[in-house]
Design a protein around this ligand. Structure first.
Ligand SMILES: NC(=O)c1ccc[n+]([C@@H]2O[C@H](COP(=O)([O-])OP(=O)(O)OC[C@H]3O[C@@H](n4cnc5c(N)ncnc54)[C@H](OP(=O)(O)O)[C@@H]3O)[C@@H](O)[C@H]2O)c1
Length: 250
């Protein structure tokens, strides 16, 4: 029996954007059941308990999910099928900006997680999304993945190098465009979403890195952007690369 709730699975939800989005959705309405996916069950459990302690209206459950491990993805899909029979929203949020010593190491970790992991997640969860009456598929991208902005000397991000991370998000955007075209006829609404510059562990765990030298905003802003998308407030932007206030150029 399909669940009456709006079931949302968020990868990498023990921290940063994923954690804040889980909290925003679960606080917004009793209709949301957030499946907080974390590669570490311990971190997932701690995150879930911290969110529940804030007095949410919706529900939270946790699932172990490493997006670079196909058996972990398959086990999570099986669990969601058993517990809910369908999935209404998949948020492919897990991401890294690898600090590996070698270029090859950076490429392998970053592309494996940010691109291959997201593509395999979508492949595994499409059958469950197809069972939803109003399915959404969100890829958490970054303005740093825009080819237009990264080649525009007038843009404030022009001088940020982040070569491998930028490559991964540009590739992710192409994955989103292809999925959006292919899934449109099945009613799945696909978006690439830039969460904005927000506090998280992406740049490192020290306070300077977490806050991007004081420039980063609250990740709950990212959660609000995602909430608006799945509440149907951005339907004219399906298939686009959206941010809080509009749409980015490719
Ligand atoms: N923060 C920003 O300013 C910003 C801006 C633009 C885009 N983004 C995007 O937002 C998304 C979330 O990042 P964040 O900023 O919230 O950083 P974060 O705090 O580092 O969170 C990243 C999450 O992804 C998880 N993760 C990493 N590798 C994984 C894997 N193989 N399988 C499953 N989960 C994995 C991490 O788990 P662990 O805790 O176990 O490492 C963590 O939960 C990323 O896609 C990032 O590119 C962030």
């Amino acid at each position: 029996m399909p669940s009456p709730s709006t079931v949302v699975l968020i990868t990498g939800a023990n921290s940063g954007v994923g954690y804040a989005t889980s909290k925003v959705l679960a606080s917004a309405s009793a209709k949301y059941h957030v499946i907080l996916a974390s590669r570490s069950l311990e971190k997932g459990k701690a995150a879930s308990e911290a969110i529940q302690a804030t007095g949410i209206k919706g529900k939270i459950s946790i699932v172990q999910l490493d997006v670079t491990d196909e058996s972990s993805i398959a086990a999570a899909a099986k669990q969601v099928k058993k517990d809910h029979g369908c999935l209404d929203v998949l948020v492919n949020n897990a991401g890294v900006s690898s600090k590996a010593q070698t270029l090859k190491g950076q490429l392998e970790t970053t592309l494996n997680t940010n691109v291959i992991g997201a593509a395999l997640m979508t492949e595994a969860f499409i059958p469950l999304l197809l069972k939803s009456s109003n399915p959404y598929l969100l890829y958490i991208s970054s303005g740093l993945g825009s080819l237009n902005l990264s080649s525009d000397p007038a843009h404030f991000d022009y001088r940020i190098d982040a070569r491998v991370y930028r490559m991964s998000k540009a590739a992710l955007n192409m994955l989103m465009v292809q999925d959006s075209k292919n899934l449109e006829e099945h009613g799945i609404k696909v978006f690439a979403v830039c969460p904005g510059l927000v506090e998280s562990n992406l740049r490192g765990q020290g306070q300077q890195e977490r806050s991007a030298g004081g420039k980063a905003r609250s990740p709950e802003e990212s959660g609000q952007t995602i909430l608006r998308i799945i509440e149907g407030e951005r339907e004219t932007d399906v298939g686009k690369f959206v941010h809080k206030d509009g749409v980015y150029p490719w």
